[in-house]
Design a protein around this ligand. Structure first.
Ligand code: HEM
Length: 521
């Protein structure tokens, strides 16, 4: 725990050292928060940095805190979030810090740019992701991956002595999908044999090493290593080279095959862009956007569901209701729902929003202030300060969600059985305002497909439900050590955080789910 926490601290501290603008309050060791941060003393009481920040934000009278030594204002106040993401959007940008760190991997992709480059990509991608035909295509892609890979894989381990990491399964699943969607290429990561995909590995390594740059004691070190082509920077360069070669192959193939009538994102952008490097940057950003986020959302959902069998039953009942409203043809598999049927499942939607509230895949997101400013809660922001909104903490604020804020309660999203959305500034899980996530609808559909496919066939239980996840440092929330499962006579045994639990995975044949919780120790 200590090591992880220290890594998080040093990652944060590096952000400070790297920021040329963040002079405000550097070395403010008088501040208790800064002291606790610098000495890592918070790790005595908290497993995760995000939990400590949540604790501090809860205690703050404004809903914001200032980590002076990081030059970072962290806020959980919805008014501040709206101010940053909408009202004064022009003042809060990505800035130089992250674009330098992520630049080698993401180049000029949408995640890493501001201004005109961002506007152009945003417009093009909105057209792509907003179109009904593309959404239907995305649904077909996901459904096929569920039917032909995910279910056969889970069935293959149910009742067998075989270890699976549920988080890894979801990452493979979402990688196949996002590659098919972005390039029209199928890497087949979720085939039964769980093959090693060189591209997925190179992409993983490149993302990991890019995130690790912030762990270096000083930016000078990774920059020097990059110039000299040494160690992790050499590895990163090689991994990025593989990603580049792969992307170039995809682009070349698309040009040869013709791209005018295909649905994938690459084809859409190729209609207007000739520059292959720019095309590569655009697509790589999408891979990053759509892979780990979806896998993380699904992992959080199943961790929560395993503690709340009533929610699971309610989703099953809703599924039955929706399916029985239509008369199936004799060949229909009653456990697959159509795109339209899924839209009628308000409880499912509420349950998913609720799990993302408690386990947002992007736990915090930072912007850089271009000019001095004052936030609505009267916090002064000096030019160059990093301002971070914190969806993880916001999901745990009594002042936002009421006294039951820590409970997993899908009903809070429903009125007379219908889903009622919340203000995105109160719930910035997909960000909000002008840069709100473009893949939100697609991600929700993808996750719902997986959820329905699994819970209409299996029960999943984690025996020690009070064990909170420990997160690995990185750009997206990932459970440290994974969520491994081992098929034992109809059950899946989960080894979470190094501890053993049984996950009960029983195929439902008669409509009756048998729930047996057994702890192995
Ligand atoms: C549960 C799944 C997802 C979550 C929680 C999520 C969350 C977010 C967040 C917080 C941002 C803002 C990041 C930043 O500006 O630093 C974002 C941006 C974005 N997301 Fe997602 N995302 C998800 C899935 C997806 C998927 C599947 C796609 C693509 C198919 C996607 C495409 C994008 C794009 C293109 C942006 C950049 C928008 C812009 O800068 O204008 N996302 N997402």
């Amino acid at each position: 725990m200590k090591t992880q926490a220290n890594e998080q601290s040093s990652m944060e501290a590096q952000l400070v050292r790297d920021s040329e603008q963040e002079e405000d309050g550097m070395g403010d060791t008088e501040c208790e928060i800064c002291k606790a941060f610098l000495t890592s003393s918070w790790t005595k009481d908290f497993d995760n940095l995000c939990d400590w920040y949540t604790h501090l934000l809860k205690k703050s009278s404004t809903g914001s805190i200032h980590i002076h030594v990081l030059g970072n204002i962290v806020t959980a106040d919805p008014g501040n979030v709206e101010h940053i993401l909408r009202t004064r959007f022009e003042n809060y940008r990505k800035g130089k810090l992250f674009s330098v760190l992520l630049g080698d991997l993401l180049g000029k992709g949408i995640f890493n740019v501001d201004g005109d480059l961002w506007k152009f990509q945003r417009k093009m991608a909105s057209l792509q992701l907003g179109s009904i035909s593309v959404r239907m295509h995305a649904f077909d892609v996901v459904e096929s991956e569920v039917r032909t890979r995910l279910i056969p894989l889970l069935l293959s381990v149910s009742g067998k002595q075989r270890v699976l990491d549920l988080q890894d399964v979801f990452r493979r699943f979402s990688f196949d999908n996002i590659c098919k969607f972005s390039f029209g290429f199928d890497p087949g990561c979720l085939e039964l044999s769980l093959p090693v995909s060189e591209f997925a590995e190179a992409f993983d390594l490149a993302s990991k090493l890019t995130a690790q740059r912030v762990l270096a004691p000083s930016s000078l070190i990774w920059k020097a290593k990059r110039v000299l082509n040494l160690g992790s920077e050499k590895e990163l360069k090689q991994a990025i080279k593989m990603v580049d070669e792969f992307a170039q192959r995809m682009i070349k193939q698309r040009r040869e095959m013709g791209f005018s009538d295909t649905h994938d994102l690459l084809s859409r952008f190729m209609g207007t862009i000739d520059d292959d490097k720019y095309l590569r940057d655009i697509v790589v950003s999408f891979l990053l956007a759509g892979r780990d986020t979806v896998a993380s959302g699904l992992t959080g959902f199943f961790l929560l569901l395993s503690r709340h069998p009533k929610v699971e039953s309610a989703i099953r009942e809703e599924l039955e209701r929706v399916l029985s409203a239509t008369s199936p043809s004799p060949t229909d598999d009653r456990r697959f729902v159509s795109f339209d049927q899924m839209r009628e499942m308000h409880y499912l939607h509420a349950a998913l929003c609720e799990s993302l509230r408690l386990f947002p895949p992007v736990q915090h997101d930072s912007k850089s202030a271009q000019d001095d400013d004052v936030l609505p809660d009267h916090t002064f922001v000096r030019k160059g300060t990093r301002v971070t909104y914190h969806p993880y903490a916001m999901g745990r604020m009594e002042r936002i969600w009421g006294s039951d804020c820590l409970e997993f309660n899908p009903d809070r999203w429903l009125k007379n059985g219908r889903y009622i959305p919340e203000s995105p500034y109160k719930y910035p899980v997909f960000q909000a305002g002008l840069r709100v996530c473009l893949g939100k609808e697609m991600a929700l559909v993808e996750m719902k497909c997986v959820i329905l496919a699994i819970i209409s066939r299996f029960n999943i239980r984690v025996v020690n439900p009070n064990q909170g996840p420990r997160f690995a440092p990185g750009l997206t929330a990932t459970v440290r050590g994974g969520v491994s499962v081992l098929g034992v006579k109809g059950y899946l045994l989960s080894l979470e955080n190094g501890k053993k639990f049984i996950m009960n995975l029983v195929e439902i044949l008669s409509g009756e789910a048998k729930v047996v919780d057994v702890e192995l120790g």
